[in-house]
Design a protein around this ligand. Structure first.
Ligand code: SF4
Ligand code: SF4
Length: 113
């Protein structure tokens, strides 16, 4: 499952640097799959260009790119954003259910095995 950030976010920015996948972005910022991952190096083998900048998913508050969030699997025991957030607004996103095995696969996809 991915984490999502709720409207309670106070834009403190504490979570952004904690994410091992660079899956968290400030509201209004463009994002890409290659930010903070090894996908750029493997561009040739991928069907899509991971460096293409994508539109922000939120304008006013920080947001999580679910395609990049692994719940910190492969790096930490607990989601780091949820641990550090002072207002507890990083919660599980039930619209993006994934098993632990799938999260490991996602981590390997993002960073190489
Ligand atoms: S759970 Fe981990 S991987 Fe997902 S957004 Fe939070 S810090 Fe990033
Ligand atoms: S730590 Fe929490 S309040 Fe601060 S920017 Fe991240 S989600 Fe928002």
């Amino acid at each position: 499952m991915s984490i999502k950030i709720t409207e309670e976010c106070i834009n403190c920015g504490a979570c952004e640097s904690e994410c091992p996948n660079q899956a968290i972005y400030e509201g209004g910022k463009m994002w890409s799959m290659s930010d903070g991952t090894s996908l750029k190096k493997r561009k040739e083998e991928l069907k899509i260009d991971p460096t293409i900048p994508k539109d922000p998913r939120k304008q006013e508050i920080y947001f999580v790119v679910s395609e990049k969030c692994t719940e910190c699997v492969g790096f930490y025991e607990e989601p780091q954003c949820a641990m550090i957030c002072p207002v507890n607004c990083c919660i599980l996103d039930k619209n993006h259910l994934e098993s632990k095995e799938d999260l490991f696969k996602k981590k390997n996809f993002l960073h190489g095995e």
